[in-house]
Design a protein around this ligand. Structure first.
Ligand SMILES: Cc1ncc(COP(=O)(O)O)c(C=O)c1O
Length: 385
């Protein structure tokens, strides 16, 4: 594509319809809006009063990482050895934060050999693994993941990881010695609808720190920043940044290195997935993508997305709506999305449905089950996105 992002190696179009028709693709089409992604990166870089690490899991596409790097994102959150290797290859200068609280010994060892120094842990056992597999290295930055309440998150992530705040002082004490830098990290849950959730956790952490005698160097407030979806109207990101800044200030933590790990809020609005209708049976539409592909959240989590229909002639269908149910392409009866999804009532075979704000956890979630997946990503710049 031309313009500001010369080396993305993607076919570039001026509209979604042009992209879909020109690609004439048998699979779904992933659409990336580079300018929108660049603006979102700028928002985090200029608005958040610390460093923003991009959570690669939310969309690991090469073009996404390249655009973020071009805009100045230099730190990345990785969950697996594969993500470490991938990011290291693509962006050799990037600083990686291995934030999965349970890593294989091999992953720890190889990540360290590949230059990773930032590791999360949430218990003594994982801390020991990190120490042993890095040969008792003295240049580790260790972040203790603590478990926090996630009542404001549409997609809570609290079932699995995190030490309690009561356990934290002992674990911090234990990690202080091997840690070049010591930190705390938490995740308020994905799509957190209330910025005060971050404030409350920062206050709780400040209280816990006051009662202990251990200084921390880093506070990583995780991801969770939200995006607009139908039925979900969160406050704007600047409100989140402002409330977090104030909470950090009030907690007397101005000298602590602040970090965040946006995935969804960085990339969701900068992407869309166009799926084709293969068959209509009454109010059921059979699609070429589903819950084993980019539409996991649409089905399993009953997540709503802004939807648009583009007819096989490339024209939008914006007439009277009716409610549809979707089926994905695999043989599995779990490959269903009950919705109901409001679309133009004439939607039929050959039409394309565009799922907007699916730049996060769409492309990334695809399996190859039944041979249905899409490797087609294009970029669109229509002047508005
Ligand atoms: C450790 C960690 N950081 C960051 C993220 C990104 O979260 P979000 O997409 O809500 O911003 C996740 C998501 O699962 C995560 O597990």
């Amino acid at each position: 594509m031309g313009g500001d992002f010369p080396d993305l190696d993607l076919c570039h179009y001026v509209s979604d319809a042009q992209a879909i028709l020109s690609e004439d693709c048998n699979d779904a089409v992933h659409i990336l809006y580079p300018h929108k992604l660049a603006r979102q990166a700028d928002l985090f870089i200029n608005g958040f009063s610390g460093d923003s690490l991009y959570a690669i899991k939310s969309n690991p596409h090469v073009a996404v990482l390249k655009i973020l790097w071009t805009r100045g994102i230099r730190k990345f959150e990785v969950a697996s050895l594969r993500e470490v290797e991938y990011a290291r290859n693509l962006l050799p200068e990037a600083e990686l934060f291995f934030m999965h609280p349970v890593k294989s010994r091999k992953a720890i060892r190889q990540a360290y050999d590949l230059g990773v120094r930032n590791f999360a842990f949430d218990g003594l056992e994982e801390l020991r693994k990190i120490e042993e597999e890095t040969g008792q290295a003295d240049d580790l930055n260790l972040l203790l993941r603590v478990k926090v309440e996630q009542t404001e998150a549409v997609y809570p992530l609290d079932g699995k990881f995190g030490a309690s705040l009561q356990e934290a002082p002992l674990l911090l004490q234990r990690a202080r010695k091997p840690a070049g830098k010591l930190g705390l990290t938490f995740h308020v849950g994905s799509q957190c609808m209330d910025p005060h959730a971050y404030r409350r956790v920062i206050e709780e952490i400040a209280l816990m720190m006051k009662e202990t005698d251990i200084a921390i160097d880093m506070l990583d407030i995780g991801g969770g920043f939200p995006v607009q979806y139908p039925g979900m109207e969160p406050p704007v990101l600047d409100d989140y940044f402002g409330i977090i800044r104030e909470a950090v200030h009030k907690a007397g933590m101005n000298d602590i290195h602040l970090l965040c790990e946006p995935g969804r809020a960085m990339v969701a609005e900068a992407g869309a997935v166009a799926v084709r209708v293969e068959l209509r049976k009454g109010e059921s539409l059979y699609l070429n993508d589903g819950t084993y592909g980019s539409l996991f959240d649409a089905g399993v989590s009953s997540w709503s997305y802004p939807l648009e229909v583009i007819g096989a002639d490339g024209l939008p269908k914006t007439g009277t709506q009716t409610h549809f149910k979707f089926f994905g392409p695999t043989c599995d009866s779990l490959d269903v999305m009950n919705g109901p999804f409001p679309l133009d009532e004439t939607t039929q075979e050959g039409d394309w449905i565009i799922f907007r704000n699916l730049g996060a956890y769409g492309f990334a979630m695809q399996t190859r089950f039944n041979g249905f997946y899409s490797e087609t990503t294009v970029s669109v710049d229509d002047g508005n996105r």
